[in-house]
Design a protein. Sequence first.
Length: 50
Amino acid sequence: MAKIYADLLIAGRKTWNDIPLRIKDSVNVVLNQYVTEGKISSAKYQEITT
């Protein structure tokens, strides 16, 4: 579920405020993994999570 939300955030279909509180930590882990793997930039990560 976290990966789905992360992908929706990247696509711009959801905002950080749309993510349920109970899953935000897991989504954050997925987004950090995407930064490490080079799928998104750290700037995009900051944009998504603020």
